[in-house]
Design a protein around this ligand. Structure first.
Ligand SMILES: [Zn+2]
Length: 845
């Protein structure tokens, strides 16, 4: 008993000490690894303030790393990319002087274990490759500060333990995976920091403003982008990754202020991915866990494991490396978000959070060094097993491609190549991806679909068959076909015939993914264009050609520019966007409508506004912004939700509202919006904004209702502890469904097949329209393609619901998307539905 009381006393003392903000001299963090080389400045000496006293800007972190590389032969620095806002993405490589000098040789020896054809067995002779990655979520800032301390320790410590680490490992430190987001938060936290510090949770320092610093420039979550490879941060990282294939990779995060510290193993059922080898989550995680627990016990920090987090989605920083033969490790630290915050157990300080991250990082290095042979053997077996046939393989190879849309196919191939997936050109716009190859797990991630699940509550999406994102119309082959020529680059994948000059009309294929961008280009250049409401066969200068719904027609004589000027613009547009364009010298069609038909309707230039800010989903708003900026090169005015009363709507013909809560919208603006629509304009809503439009009577329409659960019936008793998991079952975290498209509707122009995969991650259920022409996309008879959905959602709601409904209003209309056509910048298959709403919205009667 006495002993027990004493133990609690010591524990509380340790806890209090750990939380004390006074104790953040250098000692507090790195004392264990003294002595240090005094010729190398500590982060505090370099920055001029103590670590944890304020938030360090990314450029200061880079400067410190550059300094280490400049003065120490143990460190070298590499710039592996630039962010959207032009911040440097850097990797600091640390090892002993000798290893640094021989890095090329060591790399070759290391990569021999990745190559299944080689039989390397010198597991213990090659230093282990460790990649410490920090701060993918910009407003989880403790980890980058820990990166400074970790780099300093590994470069400057003269402690024998650190000497051993340097001798036996090559450590790659990426201090800030998301510099744009980090600096957004850094600026905020430093600006609102009080003196003395204010720990009150409601203080502005702790309550960042929309869109907050978690995401990157376009408000993308970079911790979902490893698989999708949309942003420069991930694209640069992937190139680095596939050059080095580290054995261990870390990913540091922050979580709720009242939490403690988390290290792996994760929640077993959620994290067990059928394509991840069992040895990873069973053996390796359990091998590493004792290192973290003893390091954290030593400084009196509390932690938890196994209860939470799910590593199933392959695009996390803590899951992607698991599919590359590494051990990926997630760390989550309770956040001080700001410099000091109140918690249920006293205050939590920024230095305290930094020290925990630092401690787990150093424990990772120790564990990796002490188990380097195991890690090497594991990685070697991992890549060897990729060539073995498994009974669980869903196919021997996949065939994909859309011959009508070379640019969309090219974008998909770009993703395959980013992950070093091998593929072959079969001709006629079709490609083959064999299953047995080094990147087998990536092939599985891109193409395999699942409909049954062990668990029903997911931390994130439960479907990521990227082939469906791109509407690649792929199929699994039961035997491996003869392979064509290997595709190793995307440069020559799209080859369009240069358009000939004409004085009559240009016809632009609308099947191509890039055509909306080309259309925007022509409009910006002041050209008048029309779109075809019916298919036809035109006599072009290169013979008769079939044109589909949506074909863009440019009548040369109707332009305010002369024929040469028009040709110059058309040629430049084609060179930039690589879209098939044809010249016609006659308006008389071989079949179908002639070029002077009323079925060609003028396309007005969109003048678009999007509501952003408090209440709106920054992810969805960012996806729209990213699509229009980076692919369509079309401006959109972004207006904060608290600024709407100042908007003059007459300057716009299109308003976009993404998922969000619009209940705070003023009555005045709502009335303005409603009357603006009736004047002939287009409101585009997606996700919960569509429910809002119906509920607030901006749009006519109904939401699908399920059968009411009978509350008086005898409810089966259930254990209290299961409450949380049971309630999560009806949430649709993200899955893929098939819709049936009306290919003749302007919103579906550019589509050739009436079946299309869509992404749904909400419980918005739109009833099909009362008007028989206004349900553009309805879930098909058996819509379930990939991912988790409850029986109730599938059979009671989806069966009776539509994915896209148009609600006419006066001379205008509301285009309602139940689902998200632009999810994570990766839904090339459904982007055009959204872009059609922007470009052709005004043409819907
Ligand atoms: Zn995070």
């Amino acid at each position: 008993m006495k002993y027990k009381i004493l133990a609690i006393g010591v524990l509380l003392l340790a806890f209090a000490k750990a939380l004390s903000p006074q104790l953040h001299a250098q000692e507090y963090f790195t004392g264990k690894y003294a002595p240090f080389d005094t010729t190398i400045p500590s982060p505090a000496q370099f920055l001029g303030y103590k670590i944890g006293e304020q938030h360090t800007r990314h450029d200061q972190i880079v400067s410190y790393f550059e300094k280490l590389a400049e003065i120490s032969p143990r460190a070298t620095i590499l710039e592996y990319g630039k962010t959207h806002e032009n911040r440097k993405l850097v990797m600091l490589t640390i090892s002993n002087k000798n290893n640094q000098a021989n890095l090329t040789t060591l790399k070759k020896q290391h990569l021999a274990f990745v190559d299944a054809k080689q039989q390397a067995s010198n597991y213990n002779d090659v230093p282990v490759f460790i990649q410490l990655g920090y701060n993918v979520h910009g407003n989880e800032p403790s980890s980058s500060e820990a990166a400074l301390l970790t780099a300093y320790t590994l470069v400057a410590s003269q402690h024998p333990e650190i000497e051993t680490y340097r001798d036996n490992s090559v450590i790659f430190i990426d201090p800030t995976i998301n510099p744009d987001g980090r600096d957004r938060h850094t600026q905020w936290a430093n600006s609102y920091k009080g003196s003395p510090l204010v720990s009150d949770n409601i203080d502005a320092e702790h309550t960042e403003m929309w869109p907050r610093g978690r995401t990157n420039h376009y408000w993308f979550d970079l911790n979902r982008d490893w698989l999708l490879a949309i942003n420069p941060e991930s694209r640069g990282k992937l190139d680095w990754y596939h050059e080095w294939y580290p054995n261990v990779v870390t990913d540091f995060h922050e979580m709720g202020t009242n939490s403690s510290h988390f290290f792996e193993p994760m929640l077993p059922i959620g994290s067990i991915d059928p394509i991840m080898p069992k040895e990873n989550y069973e053996n390796l995680n359990n091998l590493f866990a004792p290192y973290f627990s003893s390091a954290l016990d030593e400084i009196g920090s509390f932690y938890f494991t196994k209860e939470s987090f799910d590593g199933t989605y392959p695009g996390y920083g803590s899951s992607y490396p698991d599919l590359q033969g590494a051990l990926a490790l997630l760390f989550e630290q309770a956040s001080s978000r700001g410099h000091l915050q109140d918690t249920d157990f006293g205050t939590i300080s920024f230095p305290f959070t930094i020290r925990n991250q630092y401690t787990s990082g150093m424990a990772t290095v120790k564990a990796a060094v002490e188990n380097k042979a195991t890690l090497r053997k594991y990685q070697q077996d991992f890549f060897k097993s990729a060539f073995a046939k498994a009974t669980t393989d869903q196919a021997a190879a996949y065939e994909f491609g859309d011959p009508y849309d070379a640019n969309r196919t090219k974008a998909f191939i770009d993703k395959l190549l980013k992950h070093r997936i091998k593929l072959y050109d079969k001709g006629n716009g079709r490609y083959i991806v064999p299953m047995q190859q080094a990147q087998k797990r990536m092939v599985q991630s891109f193409f395999e679909t699942y409909k049954t699940y062990r668990d029903s509550v997911y931390y994130d999406a439960s479907a990521w068959s990227v082939g469906n994102f791109y509407n690649m119309r792929y199929k699994g082959l039961t035997s491996k076909p003869t392979l064509g020529k290997e595709v190793t680059a995307t440069d020559n994948l799209v080859q369009v015939e240069a358009v000939a000059q004409t004085e009559y009309a240009y016809l632009i294929d609308y099947d191509d993914y890039n055509t909306p961008a080309l259309l925007a280009y022509l409009q910006r250049e002041g050209l008048i264009v029309a779109t075809a409401f019916k298919p036809f066969t035109a006599k072009t200068t290169s013979g008769n050609h079939d044109f589909n719904y949506g074909t863009i027609m440019l009548p040369v004589s109707r332009q305010n520019k002369d024929v040469n000027e028009v040709f110059k613009i058309i040629t430049a547009a084609q060179q930039q966007f690589q879209v098939p364009i044809y010249a016609a010298n006659t308006g008389f069609s071989a079949k179908g409508i002639d070029l002077g038909s009323q079925n060609f309707r003028k396309v007005d230039m969109p003048k678009a506004l999007m509501i952003i800010g408090d209440g709106t989903s920054s992810y969805e708003a960012g996806e729209v912004w990213h699509l229009l900026d980076t692919r369509v090169h079309m401006p959109i005015t972004k207006v904060m939700s608290n600024n709407l009363n100042r908007v003059d709507l007459s300057k716009y013909n299109t308003v976009v509202m993404v998922s969000g809560n619009y209940n705070n919208m003023s009555k005045k603006f709502k009335e303005n919006l409603a009357s603006w629509i009736t004047q002939g304009n287009t409101l585009i809503t997606s996700g919960t904004a569509s429910s809002w439009a119906i509920q607030s009577k901006i749009a006519t329409g109904k939401l699908t209702k399920g059968a009411k659960k009978d509350s008086t019936a005898n409810q089966e008793r259930k254990p209290y502890v299961n409450q949380g998991p049971n309630r999560g079952k009806e949430r649709l975290g993200g899955a893929i469904f098939e819709v049936d498209l009306d290919l003749t509707h302007p919103l579906a122009f550019g589509y050739r097949h009436d079946k299309l995969p869509v992404y749904k991650n909400n419980n918005v259920w739109l009833q099909p329209s009362n008007n028989e022409y206004n349900t553009v996309a309805q879930y098909s008879g058996s819509p379930h393609i990939d991912g988790y959905i409850s029986d109730r959602n599938l059979n009671e709601f989806m069966k009776k619901s539509a994915s896209i409904v148009v609600s006419p209003k006066g001379r205008g209309r509301v285009v309602m998307f139940a689902d998200n056509p632009n999810f994570r910048g990766s839904w090339y298959g459904t982007n055009k539905l959204f872009l059609n709403a922007i470009f052709f919205g005004s043409l819907i009667d």
